[in-house]
Design a protein around this ligand. Structure first.
Ligand code: CP
Ligand code: NVA
Length: 316
């Protein structure tokens, strides 16, 4: 989270990347998340800590989990959410990013956006005096990483020190945020990708600077990578916006499927994660996704709880 002073004197806390979150902020988010989830599980209505507050949500790309978890999360915390799509907003076409932000800034108490270009989120943060929240960009998906970490904690306990998360596939937005949260929480991270789809050196440098001493590895052999995994993670080989590369990518990634053969190399206790939506039979098989090691639906549900924790910290 970045404390950024926009045009006013009050500093505002944005949630754009995991890199900007301190360990203390992450701990507070998870404290809230577990407390709020516990109340919900016992049928207790959460305190309306966001009463009178509205989150303006803008989607330039499709969404199921993110849209529902943020809107439901605002509702459960006593607030409200307005959902806008690109057809009505025309970001960068009908209206500039700066003007979009200036208008929303005077009407709502937080701006959440899913965008193609991460720079648009930075631009929003420059012009906003309310928090700006990243709901996925080409670079990162920090809200997803909160739920990922919570699901790993559910399996192994709050301390992730020494746990090993292995992401099999594309060095993409989800992988970046996951790597960064692993580093912040003391877990090791390995990316097993085809050679041309590793994370860029600049990111590797950033993660090591943000998380000194982190065990961060990149390799090209998924079978070797999962051998000491506590969590094996899959995501689509073709992210939103990469549709034109689909046939090339499907060929390149064919040996990076999370299937029973790969999971046979992983420890029995390893859990399987996927941010979803999953292309079953492509990056993950039915047998693994529906098998005993899979936590993917619990992970999807944790989007609600983890993001409520984040909303409580950022907007509360
Ligand atoms: N994992 C995730 O962000 O899902 P949606 O694209 O459906 O929001
Ligand atoms: N990497 C995927 C994640 C979807 C939630 C994408 O960006 O499309």
């Amino acid at each position: 989270m970045s404390n950024h002073t926009a045009t006013k004197s009050e500093p505002v806390t944005h949630f754009l990347t995991i890199k900007d979150c301190s360990r203390d902020q992450l701990d507070r988010i998870f404290d809230f998340a577990y407390k709020l989830r516990g109340q919900r599980e016992q049928g207790v209505i959460n305190d309306p800590i966001l009463k009178g507050k509205t989150l303006g949500m803008f989607f330039e790309k499709p969404s199921l989990r993110t849209r529902v978890s943020f809107e439901q999360g605002m509702y459960e915390l006593g607030g409200h959410a307005i959902v806008l799509g690109q057809n009505e907003v025309g970001l960068g076409k009908r209206e500039s990013v700066a003007d979009f932000t200036r208008v929303l800034n005077g009407m709502v108490h937080g701006i959440a956006a899913r965008v193609y270009n991460h720079e648009h989120l930075r631009e929003m943060a420059e012009h906003a005096t309310v928090p700006v929240i990243n709901m996925l960009s080409d670079i990162s998906h920090p809200a997803q990483a909160l739920a990922d970490a919570m699901t790993i904690m559910d399996a192994f306990g709050r301390g992730l020190n020494g746990k090993h998360v292995v992401f099999v596939g594309d060095g993409n937005n989800v992988a970046r945020s996951l790597a960064m949260i692993c580093g912040k929480l003391g877990a090791a991270f390995t990316l097993a990708s085809p050679p041309d789809y590793a994370l860029e050196q600049a990111f590797a440098d950033r993660v090591m600077a943000a998380c000194p001493g982190m065990d961060f590895t990149m390799c090209h052999d998924p079978f070797q990578a999962v051998r000491y995994a506590d969590a094996v993670y899959a995501d689509t080989f073709v992210s939103m916006g990469q549709e034109e590369e689909k046939s090339k990518r499907l060929k390149t990634f064919k040996d990076f499927q999370v299937n029973e053969k790969l999971m046979a190399e992983a420890p029995d206790h390893a859990i399987v994660l996927h941010c979803l939506p999953a292309y079953r039979g492509v990056e993950i098989t039915d047998a693994v996704m529906d098998g005993p090691q899979s936590r993917v639906f619990q992970q999807a549900h944790n989007r609600l709880h983890a993001q409520k924790g984040m909303l409580a910290v950022v907007m509360g």
